[in-house]
Ligand binder design. Structure first.
Ligand code: GDP
Ligand code: MG
Length: 450
């Protein structure tokens, strides 16, 4: 308890965050209502990976099918006592639940198991906190943590109240301390929101200026689907790839050169996960700015996972929540090299349901040419035919054409070059800006899509 206490004080003081779960031995617990688990979902499998990502060592897993949530202990009281006995025997001081617990459930469970009780959101917040690198990601994590902890402050001070002679004694040291902390945390939330707004505005401006002349492609997909691997395979960008959840918290953007000299910006965005705490999604809106302004979303799916379908749905839901519902989406079915057994049938079904999807293996670099072709076709489809005459001495204009124009052919005409192809409206605008050295001979570019 004392460790927790220090942590929250430091958070309120806006100093480095201390994590709830350390490199310690833990017991995982899942109490599942009918319908909680998706077909094919192994209970606790995802929690196990989350805990592993946080650095914990799992010593036991306990699953209980429940008909209703016990208001006091979430799982059944008897089960909680069994876990307490197990924890005592194993000398384990930390139990992680695959659910969100109310502050009073956490309190009750902590007194039953005589140790630390961590819920799913606590754990995810921990991981996010240890992964955040940029200022924006840090602010977002801090905000989500503060918002999650505000209603839970009481739990930290109950022991003080006990010392002073009974829970709920008004005016006790605990009560006063909670009030102080609540005010501090409240102020911190306001400050963080303010800072986030400023960062977001800056980011929006940045994304907008970048948007116009490039066809913006954004990578989205369930955590661990292979987005970073694909990004690296396509662009050579040095993004970190890891078999851990939430390896990527900060959006990375890098240029992808497609045949035809077109540049596409790829953004690798924060992982998506099922049952993600709502305020966490909200605080990560800014990270998804790229996705919102993208011309096309590449939805990467781990087709080798028995949960591919559920994961796709989870991603779609997050996309709806952040205002990307109507976006153009190209599905990329990744990890085709790993499909085996029963999954072959499900993979076949998914491919049948999404005939436009591209099947690839980012790891083995299979299917990437097909993907590039599709990207090029999508980008081209949004541009309009145009014919230009460019002065051969204007190197800048020619270089711009090489990276922004879909060229179908060119002819030299004395000191001038006639170029046929397609351009988007913003690219055409830029071309007009070159002045005397670029002449638009023919083109109806008013209604291009991007
Ligand atoms: P992200 O969370 O979506 O960015 O996923 P990563 O790119 O970090 O990949 C997660 C894990 O899946 C890593 O261990 C990758 O090596 C692995 N992976 C990615 N693509 C493939 C693939 O095509 N085949 C196989 N077998 N593994 C892959
Ligand atoms: Mg990644």
């Amino acid at each position: 308890m004392a460790k927790d206490l220090t942590r929250d004080r430091q958070l309120a003081g806006h100093r480095p965050i201390h994590l709830t779960v350390g490199r310690e031995r833990v017991i995982l617990v899942g109490g599942y209502l009918p319908g909680d688990l998706a077909t094919g979902e192994e209970p606790l499998e995802e929690l196990e990976r989350l805990a592993h990502t946080a650095g914990a060592r799992i010593i036991a897993k306990v699953v209980q099918r429940i008909r209703e949530i016990n208001p006091g202990t979430y799982i059944g009281r008897g089960k909680a006592e069994q876990i307490a006995a197990l924890a005592k025997r194993e000398k384990c001081r930390c139990v992680i639940f695959d659910h969100d617990l109310t502050p009073s459930q956490t309190r009750t469970l902590e007194s039953v198991v005589e140790g630390k009780v961590v819920d799913r959101t606590d754990l995810i917040l921990d991981i996010f906190a240890s992964r955040a690198r940029t200022r924006m990601a840090k602010v977002q994590v801090n905000l989500a943590m503060a918002q999650y902890r505000l209603p839970r402050l009481r739990r930290l001070w109950t022991h003080l109240e006990r010392q002073e002679g009974g829970i709920g004694m008004r005016g006790g040291a605990g009560e006063r301390q909670i009030e102080t902390d609540r005010r501090m945390l409240g102020k911190q939330i306001r400050d963080l929101k303010h800072e986030l707004k400023q960062i977001q505005a800056r980011k929006e401006r940045m994304v907008r200026t970048r948007q116009g002349e490039h066809f913006l492609v954004s990578l989205v997909g369930y955590t661990n689907a292979g987005k970073s691997t694909l990004m690296r395979a396509l662009t050579g960008a040095d993004v970190s790839v890891n078999d851990q959840l939430f390896e990527t918290l900060d959006t990375r953007t890098s240029a992808l050169k497609l045949g035809g000299g077109l540049q596409v910006l790829l953004s690798d965005t924060v992982g998506f996960i099922r049952r993600l705490p709502h305020n966490l999604v909200a605080s990560f809106h800014a990270t998804l700015e790229e996705a919102r302004t993208a011309n096309l979303l590449l939805h990467v799916v781990d087709i080798s996972s028995p949960l591919a379908r559920e994961q796709m749905e989870a991603v779609q839901e997050v996309l709806r929540e952040v205002g990307c519902a109507g976006k153009d989406i190209l599905h990329v079915f990744n990890k085709t090299d790993r499909i085996s057994g029963d999954q072959e049938i499900e993979a076949g079904l998914l491919r049948h349901e999404h005939p436009g999807a591209v099947a690839i293996s980012a790891l083995k670099r299979d299917g990437l040419d097909e993907l590039r072709t599709q990207l090029l076709a999508r980008a081209r489809a949004g541009a309009e035919p145009v014919k230009l005459s460019v002065f051969a001495g204007d190197g800048k204009a020619l270089a711009f054409l090489a990276t922004h124009f879909f060229e179908d052919g060119r002819e030299a005409d004395g000191e001038w070059i006639t170029v046929r192809g397609r351009a988007s409206a913003p690219v055409l605008e830029r071309l007009k800006g070159f002045g005397e050295t670029v002449k638009i001979l023919d083109g109806a570019c008013e209604r291009t899509a991007w």
